[in-house]
Design a protein around this ligand. Structure first.
Ligand code: ADP
Ligand code: ASP
Ligand code: MG
Length: 411
């Protein structure tokens, strides 16, 4: 039997009624002749609640216990989905990550998948089971501890299963009917894309579009998984949703395909650091060791042997970054006059493979922002994206202005 992977996100399994509706979709695919692997998220809001409980209990928590707690939401929805399918006379059972076992490395709270053995589940399909319901987001480490794959990780579970089982397709059911030119919650002008290239989706995801976890796009690209994003709230036909596909399969040739944003950024400036060989290593080494994900970096032109170094990072890592910088200063590894932190910034990015061949995208972006009176604090670019750091209060305005200037509402 051909295999199909169907992933249901938090809002799609938020209540017993939604689980019922999702199970009817699964039943339809079983009737179409598929053996189905269903991957479920926790009910929406559940994982946030669990994370909150951990934070409240323990400030510098044991990451292994964090994973034990926050992975549990998926156990509930997986069991309920299997029960609901059984009620419909469809042979189904649930698997938690460790039962598969979905093997990961030991990087708790952002573990990477290392192996998914298929024999166990294939044997069950061989015995007449029609649906394997997998608790998304979770795995097991070499030390036999529960791990999680990072927020949004059920997408990655789904794509990894599709790759391991050679599934015909991996359908990601969510609360929007596909991938849009930008988050449809920010502007009603956002337009659904029928197709998007892996490279573009990868950039959009890593720059903040949470419709797919970045790692899931990476895996789909590497293992050539047919990846589709579609709504669990609407009826879908064959061509519904958005197909994430190879660049060659895209006909649209706009410079910019989409706009992404990341709200919760912070900016740190180390004022007056000695400008000498090795200074960047002396700053960013300790930050990396402290687990700080530095994103944008700017070093000013130096004056009289001293310079300012600015970098951006997720706002919830600021305390760790400050601690690491002050410790390095105390040790004499670096020397700065002052550390200035700005916690009210956001990153807005434009992405498109068309940028490789279109000139002037950056200039147009900066003009559109300046027309709205938005000041740019930091800029970074790569071959297919341009990102700017701005005051958070202008974030939505910036997304809308960029969406307008690049005429993304038009096909
Ligand atoms: P799920 O719970 O199904 O995994 P998520 O909340 O993780 O759903 O992702 C879906 C959300 O992603 C949408 O509700 C939307 O607000 C947001 N989103 C951000 N950027 C985009 C985009 N470019 N296209 C579609 N959705 C986007
Ligand atoms: N429940 C997890 C989260 O909220 C994983 C997921 O939904 O993909 O991050
Ligand atoms: Mg998600």
């Amino acid at each position: 039997m051909p295999i199909l992977v169907m992933k249901f996100g938090g809002t799609s399994v938020a209540t017993l009624d939604r689980i019922h509706r999702a199970s009817k979709r699964v039943a339809r695919e079983v009737a179409n002749g598929y053996d189905v692997i269903v991957v479920v998220s926790a009910m929406s809001g559940k994982t946030n609640e669990l994370v909150g409980w951990v934070d409240e209990t323990s400030k510098f928590y044991d990451a292994r216990e964090y994973d034990a707690v926050v992975s549990s939401g998926e156990n509930v929805t997986a069991g309920l989905m299997a029960l609901r399918l059984q009620e419909m006379d469809i042979p189904a059972r649930s698997w938690q990550g460790w039962q598969v076992p979905l093997k990961t490395n030991s990087a708790h709270s952002s573990a990477r998948i290392e192996e998914i053995p298929t024999d166990n589940i294939m044997a069950k399909f061989g015995q007449g089971m029609k649906v394997a319901v997998i608790a998304g987001f979770q795995g097991i480490s070499p030390e036999n501890r529960i791990t999680t794959l990072g927020r949004g990780g059920s997408d990655t579970t789904a794509v990894a299963f599709a790759a391991a089982f050679g599934a015909e397709r991996c359908d990601i059911y969510t609360d929007v009917d596909g991938v849009y030119t930008t988050d449809p919650r920010i502007t009603s002008k956002a337009r659904k894309l029928d197709k998007i290239a892996f490279e573009e989706m990868l950039e959009l995801a890593s720059l903040g579009a949470k419709v797919l976890q970045t790692r899931s796009v990476e895996l789909a690209m590497r293992f050539k998984v047919r990846l589709r994003v579609l709504s669990s709230f609407e009826d879908n036909n064959e061509s519904a949703g958005t197909l994430v596909c190879d660049e060659e399969d895209i006909v649209e040739s706009k410079a910019v395909a989409g706009v992404a944003y990341s709200r919760d950024e912070a900016k740190v400036t180390l004022i007056s650091v000695a400008d000498r060989p090795g200074i960047a290593a002396a700053i960013f080494g300790p930050l990396a060791e402290a687990g700080v994900n530095v994103d944008m970096i700017v070093q000013n032109i130096s004056e009289e042997g001293r310079t300012d170094m600015t970098f951006s990072l997720p706002v919830d890592q600021l305390a760790r970054a400050e601690k690491a910088m002050n410790a390095a200063k105390e040790k004499g590894a670096i020397n700065f006059h002052e550390l200035v932190a700005d916690t009210d910034v956001a990153k807005v990015s434009v992405v498109g493979i068309g940028m490789r061949s279109h000139a002037g995208v950056a200039a147009q972006m900066f003009r559109a922002l300046s027309a709205e009176g938005i000041n740019i604090k930091v800029i970074t670019t790569s071959e297919i994206k341009i990102s700017v750091l701005i005051d958070r209060k202008y974030m939505e305005l910036a997304v809308q202005a960029l969406h307008d200037t690049f005429e993304l509402e038009k096909a």
